[in-house]
Design a protein around this ligand. Structure first.
Ligand code: GDP
Ligand code: MG
Length: 367
């Protein structure tokens, strides 16, 4: 690739172009706004500004990767995704987990469903993301994002390993995410947890007690058996990972769900990856941008901040972003708008191109 112009580069990073020009000058490079920096300079200057960039598309688009100093990293909660074959009990398990994490009296207060939830266990948080379409995960992975720290693989003890079980294992392996196995439905008469263990060895998911590295917990989502054990096991797995993030930075992360709400306009549920998000922040999320009008937590409460690993709804975007899109806080609203509008334009052009290809294919198939 040719690299980005100085203006483009500043826009992508959300920084002042003059600052970029100054830094270039210090490196002995005299460049104007419209001149191209080349990939090496892009990397060098980004690094100078405490960021890393990676080319993600041929259209001069760069993904910004931040690197933090060790002393700025603080422990953060794990982000967990529940996966497994249809009807093995993913939804039931998430429901049981939510009930467990809610103090008595608070139950019933969770009417809202935002595709993610936060559970508190003895003062420690776990964030659960409802299994979104695999495309969202694939999109995030393509951007080099590790959104999930732990995958809870639900396998029904009366049914065993099925096609989507294998799919989930493959997904976890591709993303290099540890698997905690929840052997579910142990209350059922036909339940055979040991058969599940046996079947999973074929896919190199092997219980610790058999010399493998996967933690297994036998549960019943329906009867709420051993849900506490499962949560503690997830925390144990998280401890091994030593998860950390820098909370003292402008926020960035990923859109896990988005829709157009009749009353509230575009609503995006984002997962904060780094930094702290506040109302009033200017964000770009994919091809959308806006000033955050309100932040709403999974229980429907307005909050003043969202920390790393927090899922939160954002109000105030100008359009609906796509699940899997990156979001990032910008210093300058104009830069944010420019980047978002350009992405929107590019998406429209790509769509038109796809449409014309389709009609062309159509034409040929009729000949
Ligand atoms: P999902 O498709 O993986 O989300 O599965 P669901 O949570 O919708 O559960 C599928 C069916 O299995 C429902 O009828 C649940 O009531 C039932 N189910 C889920 N967990 C258990 C369990 O632990 N024991 C029993 N007996 N049934 C369960
Ligand atoms: Mg379900």
């Amino acid at each position: 690739p040719q690299g980005a112009t100085v203006a483009k580069f500043a826009e992508i990073l959300g920084v002042q172009p003059n600052d970029v020009i100054k830094r270039l000058f210090m490196l002995g490079q005299v460049l104007t706004l419209t001149q191209s920096m080349g990939d090496e300079l892009v990397e060098l200057i980004a690094d100078d500004m405490g960021r890393k960039v990676r080319v993600v598309s041929p259209e001069e688009e760069y993904a910004v990767v931040y690197h933090d100093r060790d002393e700025d990293l603080k422990p953060r909660p794990p982000v967990v995704t529940v996966m497994g074959h249809v009807d093995h009990g993913k939804t039931s398990l998430l429901d049981a987990i939510r009930d467990t994490g809610v103090a008595a009296g608070e139950a019933g207060g969770i009417t809202q469903h935002i595709g993610a939830s936060v559970v508190n266990i003895d003062g420690r948080k776990i964030t659960f993301i409802d299994t979104p379409g695999h495309e969202a995960f694939t999109a995030m992975r393509a951007r080099g994002a590790q959104v999930t720290d732990v995958i809870v693989l639900v396998v029904a003890a009366d049914d065993g390993v099925m096609p989507q079980t294998v799919e989930a294992i493959n997904h976890a392996k591709a993303a290099n995410v540890p698997i905690v196995v929840a052997v579910n439905k142990i209350d059922k008469p036909g339940a055979n947890p040991d058969r599940v263990r046996q079947e999973l060895t074929e896919y190199e998911v092997i219980p610790e007690e058999w010399g493998g590295k996967n933690m297994f917990v036998e549960v019943s989502a329906k009867q709420k058996l051993h849900i506490d054990d499962l949560l503690e096991t997830i925390l144990l797995q998280a401890d091994v990972l030593e998860l950390k993030a820098n909370p003292d930075a402008e926020a960035s992360g990923f859109v896990i769900e988005a829709n157009l709400d009749k009353g509230r306009g575009p609503v995006a549920t984002v997962l904060v990856h780094r930094g702290t998000l506040h109302p009033g922040d200017v964000v770009v999320a994919g091809a959308s941008y806006g000033r955050v009008r309100a932040l709403i937590d999974p229980r429907g409460k307005h909050v003043d901040e969202a920390l790393p690993a927090d899922p939160v709804e954002i109000l105030g975007l100008n359009s609906v972003p796509t699940a899997g899109d990156e979001f990032r806080v910008f210093e300058d609203e104009r830069d944010a708008r420019k980047l978002a509008e350009e992405r929107a334009l590019r998406a429209r052009l790509a769509e038109q191109e796809t449409k014309s290809h389709v009609s062309l294919d159509d034409l040929f198939s009729r000949i």
